[in-house]
Design a protein around this ligand. Structure first.
Ligand SMILES: Cc1cc2nc3c(=O)[nH]c(=O)nc-3n(C[C@H](O)[C@H](O)[C@H](O)COP(=O)(O)OP(=O)(O)OC[C@H]3O[C@@H](n4cnc5c(N)ncnc54)[C@H](O)[C@@H]3O)c2cc1C
Length: 392
């Protein structure tokens, strides 16, 4: 074996590629992750950092497939965050140990039967008026508030923790290599002519998986993207990590917040408003965001806040009708293992399924470390609000 040969070459240093890298390294595989742009990914750094346990998915009143598959994820993450799990994530900043769910006055009564259901009662706690944190401690709040046992993470600190632990095995590869199938695996040639061999490839490149599959000559699996137009506002705001429940299975609004260090917070808004606003200009989307907050948190005065938006796509395995997949996807074909986690929360599941696919290919760990081939390490990705050129 050359010192440029790997057991496994992973493409993409978002949460899927990093968790998988960490797990394969622990198992003794000679493995490296090649990243086109920045460690932290595209979707992962821009995600709301919520470690879902499925409550959001059970909002239709019954537990769907995804609510079951995802149910075990918060436990795995919590163990990791406590330093007791498969990965040591003790250094990750937890922005909030809980996530909240609120109903507005008009919705509260209609949903009463659903909230009384057994499944939901085991997943959430109804808060008495006197226990409601800001901004729900205001007399203007007429709905109900529930606490979910789902932590919210600082995605930048999550990525910084992975950079600390496995960054040495992450390498910058800005250009698409040329792939050649060889006996016992794959070789890929870099634009400068250097070649790296690997017994199997793991595609964990999010939306970049489509180009990688094309470069490999694979027509399957097929990817879908679902766009979002996220909103950000910064100013003198309380911390808030909560979904507002609408009439559908999707939250009408999901707010997460991030302290800027100068007393101000950024509120990051997703949910229906981000899903339905993909065709709107930034100005029109900001107007829609203002209107949503005025309707859902009417007592809140948003003085001196500044706004910005972020168009971003979620990349997933294609489904019938383009719906959100129920579960993480990992599939192997011709020495190529392709994955889309669907959710940040599903990263441990992706890593486990990739490990099983590698076992099924009969690849055993050969130990040792990749020397790096002189390739640089990728920089750490920036949080969406740190990259805003102009707030309005
Ligand atoms: C706005 C938003 C909010 C979300 N909120 C949540 C949430 O709160 N909770 C939750 O569980 N999930 C959430 N999700 C979903 C979650 O973020 C994604 O499912 C998950 O982060 C995908 O991780 P990934 O590693 O597959 O992809 P990514 O994070 O996109 O990483 C892919 C990486 O591959 C790299 N790449 C691309 N092409 C190549 C190539 N040719 N060679 C090498 N590298 C390449 C990219 O540069 C990138 O770094 C959210 C998603 C979005 C968009």
């Amino acid at each position: 074996m050359h010192d440029t040969d790997l057991d496994i070459a992973i493409f993409g240093a978002g949460i899927a590629g990093l968790w998988t890298l960490a797990r394969l390294r622990q198992s003794g595989y000679r493995v490296a992750t090649f990243e086109r742009h920045a460690l932290g990914g595209v979707q992962s750094i821009a995600s709301q950092g919520i470690i879902h346990g499925g409550t959001k998915y059970a909002l239709t009143g019954k537990l769907t497939g995804s609510a079951m598959a995802i149910g075990e994820m918060p436990g795995i993450w919590r163990a990791a965050l406590a330093g007791d799990g498969e990965i040591d994530l003790r250094d990750v900043r937890v922005l909030s140990p809980n996530q909240y769910l609120w109903t507005t006055g008009s919705l509260a009564s209609g949903m009463a039967g659903f909230f009384a259901g057994k499944v939901m009662q085991s997943r959430m706690q109804t808060l008495a008026r006197t226990d409601c944190p800001p901004p729900f401690d205001d007399r203007g709040f007429r709905g109900n508030l529930y606490r979910l046992e789902e932590p919210v993470l600082d995605t930048r600190s999550l990525m910084a923790t992975f950079a600390e632990q496995v960054g040495a095995d992450c390498r910058l590869l800005p250009a698409m290599p040329t792939f050649v199938r060889v006996d016992g695996g794959w070789r890929f040639r870099l634009p400068d002519g250097r070649e790296i061999g690997a017994r199997a490839l793991v595609l964990a490149a999010g939306a970049g998986n489509a180009d990688l599959l094309a470069a490999l000559g694979h027509a399957q699996p097929v990817m879908q993207t679902r766009p979002l137009h996220m909103l950000m506002l910064r100013g003198d705001l309380p911390p808030l990590h909560a979904h507002c429940l609408g009439a559908s299975a999707n939250p009408r609004l999901t707010v997460t917040s991030y302290p800027l260090g100068d007393g101000r917070q950024v509120w990051y808004l997703g949910g229906d408003v981000a899903e339905s606003g993909t065709q709107r200009s930034a100005d029109a989307q900001i107007a829609a965001g203002r209107a949503e907050l005025a309707e859902l948190l009417p007592w809140l005065t948003l003085r001196d806040v500044e706004w910005a938006t972020l168009p971003v796509e979620r990349a997933e395995i294609a489904t019938a009708g383009g719906k959100r997949p129920d579960d993480a996807y990992v599939g192997a074909n011709d020495g190529v293992i392709t994955c889309w986690p669907t959710k940040l929360a599903f990263a441990p599941r992706v890593a486990r399924l990739v490990g099983e696919a590698i076992d099924a290919l009969g690849i055993t760990p050969s130990g040792g470390r990749y020397a790096g081939d002189g390739l640089a390490h990728p920089p750490l990705a920036r949080l969406p609000w740190d990259g805003v050129a102009q707030w309005s």
